[in-house]
Design a protein around this ligand. Structure first.
Ligand code: PBG
Length: 329
């Protein structure tokens, strides 16, 4: 059978039938909101290149988390900006570290939000690289030792899930075994498995003060040209005991998300990163695109590609839209 008897437009005639045949839906359940905590007191500062995104001191972060919780968003991922950086990033495993203080405070005051921590060193080292340097290179296995200390300290202070993002070989296995031997076998790991060396991280590095002082991250983050290597990374993390795998960035890597979804039975997370957010906000502010509609279309594309959950700076904006019954736009 073919045209004129076959007419796909029959199922597009009005919203009621379009609702029935819609294949992808966004839900508040899909969302993880990134939150930046910084040293100091009484600070709520907006990030210039990311309108609507703030850095909070620990005393101010609770209200921000409550807002996220009240919108129905299940989880946040925490990033820290410490007062003191050093060569190895020792703030990351200190009891008085910025993340540890934030974790204790949030766990106590907003116990019903799911607390994920980014486990890495770039925001905490003077050189801005994601581990311990030996000469000009990040020494993989020394970094693993420090990652274990950081991971344990996060969990001891209230983290529900850990998200290692440094792209060190063996990082999932190292963290898994450290957690298991300390009795934290119930704490899941969400691995930044396929994390590309991307220019879309630009605004984040400004917010987190984490740009490398020299060189770049191409000796540990992945080459954007390599889809097969992305699958290799994902499958290794699965073997090492990851509970969730992540692709990052999202928008320029939708093909990778789709391939990863087919290659594993684990849930797949996608990170809709700072540069993706900044571009849409900027285009909207200039009046060149409809910010809300482009946001929704972008997030749908990420979900359609196969993401089960999305880390996004748009989480609050999207949750407000969903909760007001405005979707689809
Ligand atoms: C590393 C980390 C980065 C991001 C999340 N975790 C930055 C990097 O690799 O340079 C980027 C997130 C974003 O751009 O939104 N700790």
């Amino acid at each position: 059978m073919e045209f004129p008897r076959l007419r796909p437009r029959r199922l597009r005639q009005k919203e009621s039938i379009r609702r029935l045949v819609r294949e992808t839906r966004l839900s508040v359940d899909d969302l993880i909101y990134p939150i930046f905590v910084r040293h100091g007191e009484n600070i709520v500062e907006e990030v210039p290149s990311m309108p609507g995104v703030f850095r909070y001191s620990v005393d101010k972060v609770v209200d921000a988390v409550k807002e996220v919780r009240d919108l129905g968003i299940p989880a946040i991922i925490l990033f820290g900006i410490p007062e003191h950086k050093d060569e190895v990033g020792s703030d990351t495993w200190s009891h008085e570290g910025i993340i540890q203080r934030a974790l204790r405070k949030i766990k106590k005051e907003v116990p019903d939000i799911y607390l994920i921590t980014d486990v890495c060193f770039c925001e905490y080292t003077t050189h801005g690289h994601c581990g311990v340097l030996k000469g000009d290179t990040v020494e993989n296995d020394l970094t693993l030792e420090n990652l274990k200390k950081q991971a344990l300290s996060h969990v001891e202070n209230g983290a529900d899930m850990l998200a290692p993002s440094g792209m060190m070989d063996g990082m999932v296995q190292a963290i898994r075994s450290a957690l298991d031997s300390a009795g934290y076998y119930h704490v899941p790991i969400m691995a930044y498995s396929a994390k590309f060396a991307s220019s879309f991280y630009g605004p984040f590095r400004e917010v987190a003060e984490s740009a490398p002082a020299f060189g770049d991250r191409r000796s540990y983050q992945m080459d954007p040209s390599n889809p097969r290597e992305a699958l290799k990374e994902v499958l290794l993390d699965v073997k090492e005991g990851a509970d969730i795998v992540m692709v990052k960035p999202a928008l320029a890597y939708l093909d990778i998300i789709a391939k990863v979804k087919e290659a594993t039975l684990l849930p797949v997370c996608a990170y809709n990163v700072s540069g993706e957010y900044a571009m849409i906000k900027a285009g909207g502010r200039l009046g060149w695109i409809d910010e809300q509609k482009v946001m929704v279309e972008t997030l749908i594309s990420i979900k359609r590609a196969g993401a089960d959950m999305i880390i996004t700076y748009f989480a609050k904006d999207l949750a407000k839209l969903i909760n007001s019954g405005a979707l689809p736009l």
